[in-house]
Design a protein around this ligand. Structure first.
Ligand code: ATP
Ligand code: MG
Length: 224
């Protein structure tokens, strides 16, 4: 069974003549141990797709199933629990808390989710790998876009989620950092048996993908 499955997903915004169809009959599944890449230009529906896959938005029609549980049949509280325990999000806007330094961003995760997170040593290795180990006392507005992006990636991986949903995780990174992040996400899939789903327009990530999809005007097609 796929760890995450979208069936006949449609998403519209607005009504009547102002209705915009953002996702059209999207079918998708992701398995553990694999990195799936969804490529598409700006406005094609990538963020909408990803936030629906992770239960942050609801589709207009269709079903999303995560680890055998159909999201629309769950209560909001159950969905929150599922997200907390199983899904790591790297959102396009980084979503770091502006009033917490980097170290405290991780401390906050520990407060909300007490068990099953990376050990201190694993976190140290991860931060080093991402080249952000010296930034623990820095606040988001004291760091570059690329540094914020790497902190957001580390924060998503820290709780050890089974599923990682990443929205443009390399948009602010130079090529050498893209390689580091690509390798890291691939390693998370292969060595830690996670399902990694990345939406992006960054073609540099193609090398790391097991499956590649294109999204265009809300229609998804599989290329690999
Ligand atoms: N809440 C909303 N209300 C109305 N339209 C929306 C809303 N969210 C997204 N859209 C529209 O849906 C389309 C897809 O948006 P989405 O953010 O999913 O694209 P994207 O592929 O992530 O783009 P980008 O690469 O720029 O991040 C766009 O035309 C956008 O204007
Ligand atoms: Mg987007």
């Amino acid at each position: 069974m796929s760890v995450i499955e979208l069936k006949n997903i449609n998403k519209d915004f607005g009504k009547g003549i102002s209705k915009v169809q953002v996702l059209r009959n999207v079918n998708f599944q992701a398995d553990r141990g694999e990195l799936s890449l969804i490529l598409g230009p700006s406005g094609s529906g990538k963020s909408t797709f990803l936030t629906i896959a992770g239960g942050l938005q609801t589709p207009t029609s269709g079903t999303v199933t995560v680890e055998g549980q159909q999201l629309e049949q769950m209560t909001a509280k159950e969905r929150d629990e599922l997200r907390l325990n199983k899904i790591g999000f790297v959102l396009q806007s980084y979503n770091l808390l502006p009033y917490l330094n980097v170290g405290d961003q991780f401390a906050l995760v520990r407060k909300i989710k007490k068990n099953g997170n990376m050990t201190e040593e694993e976190l140290r290795v991860l931060l080093k790998e991402l080249g952000i180990e010296t930034l623990l006392k820095h606040y988001p507005d004291e760091m570059s876009g690329g540094q914020n992006q790497r902190v957001a990636i580390a924060r998503a991986l820290y709780p050890n989620p089974e599923i990682v949903l990443a929205d443009e995780p390399t948009a602010a990174l130079d090529s050498s950092r893209v390689e580091v992040v690509g390798e890291l996400l691939k390693q998370m899939a292969v060595q830690h048996n996670k399902a990694i789903v990345v939406v992006t327009h960054d073609l540099r990530l193609r090398n790391y993908a097991d499956h590649i999809y294109q999204i265009m005007d809300g229609k998804l097609s599989q290329e690999k």
